[in-house]
Write a protein that binds this ligand. Structure first.
Ligand SMILES: Cc1cc2nc3c(=O)[nH]c(=O)nc-3n(C[C@H](O)[C@H](O)[C@H](O)COP(=O)(O)OP(=O)(O)OC[C@H]3O[C@@H](n4cnc5c(N)ncnc54)[C@H](O)[C@@H]3O)c2cc1C
Ligand code: FES
Length: 273
């Protein structure tokens, strides 16, 4: 019987610092066939591991249409991620997955997609945003609202600039420092100020604390809970419904049913936590 917990060796083919604590890793499975057959949806995650340092779920940030490698954007927060930040191009990590349900791009067809991200939450959305750009004519106006704690914590800075050619892009920081002349405040305030039609579908990813105030602003613009998806990156371990770490209310396995939920379903689940 196959061991579902067995990771596949994969090489870090490129490493790029995005901020002082966040790096972008371009990764390719050591086995060419494995890389060729690796397919996923935006919003899905993999489990990345380093022997002796553990394993963690990380969202895939590259789009599914890129097949020769995939990318992970990793923030240094603890034992494993600190180790990965010390690794270099050519080093080998373990990867298993993809897991979780992911976003449904079809759900956005015909709508004005609004992508709302806080912090590292931009990583899974980047995969979906790139896929939406690739199918541009299936959508109305595209908006991207991104909030970071400080200017130095803005990830994918160059790409956000590039995306301005195809979408309305607005960035805010919680706290400004010298040299920042952009918006200061929470990402929900960008939504409040935006000109949004009720034919919009919002996808939100970031700290759970941003969900409620953001959805409140969307509601004021006529957007129903069913026109909102959120990615609930609740604590997970195995990612495959075996360890019970992510269970809500003794019955919902967030790693299997999620991490992406419509906002009405997310509210039901968060009441069980
Ligand atoms: C579905 C999913 C997708 C994710 N995608 C990404 C991603 O794209 N990029 C990224 O950098 N991180 C992502 N994370 C978070 C990532 O899994 C954790 O940061 C990771 O487990 C840290 O491992 P560590 O051993 O370095 O830290 P640990 O030593 O395990 O913990 C360090 C600190 O982080 C806290 N922590 C640990 N795990 C989590 C968690 N899941 N959520 C919140 N706090 C946590 C701990 O309480 C501790 O304070 C994702 C998590 C989930 C569940
Ligand atoms: S993470 Fe193990 S059961 Fe969901």
């Amino acid at each position: 019987m196959d061991n579902e917990f067995l990771p596949f060796p994969a090489e870090l083919v490129d490493v790029k610092a995005l901020t002082k604590d966040t790096k972008l890793y371009r990764i390719r499975f050591a086995d060419e066939q494995k890389q060729k057959s690796f397919s996923f949806k935006p919003g899905q995650f993999v489990e990345i591991s380093v022997a002796g340092f553990g394993e963690a779920p990380i969202s895939i940030t590259s789009p599914p249409s890129t097949t020769e490698y995939f990318e992970l954007c990793i923030k240094k927060v603890g034992k494993l991620t600190e180790k990965i930040h010390r690794m270099k191009k050519g080093d080998i990590v373990g990867i298993r997955g993809p897991y979780g349900n992911g976003f449904s791009i079809e759900q956005l067809y015909g709508f004005n997609p609004i992508f709302i991200a806080g912090g590292i939450g931009l990583a899974p959305l980047r995969s979906l945003i790139k896929e939406v750009f690739a199918e541009r004519d299936k959508f109305g106006n595209i908006s991207i609202f991104f909030g970071a704690r400080r200017p130095g914590e803005i990830i994918f800075k160059d790409e956000l600039k590039e995306w301005e050619k195809m979408a309305e892009v607005k960035i805010t920081v919680d706290t400004a420092d010298d040299g920042w002349d952009g918006h200061v405040g929470f990402v929900s305030q960008l939504v409040e100020k935006a000109n949004i039609s009720d034919n919009s579908f919002a996808v939100i990813c970031g700290p759970p604390a941003m969900f409620e105030p953001t959805v409140e602003q969307l509601k004021k613009k006529g957007i129903e809970d069913i026109q909102v998806s959120v990615s609930a990156e609740r604590r997970m371990k195995c990612g495959i419904g075996k360890c019970g770490h992510c269970i809500a209310g003794g019955e919902v396995y967030v790693c299997l049913e999620g991490p992406v939920f419509t906002y009405d379903r997310y509210q039901e689940i968060s009441k069980m936590l």
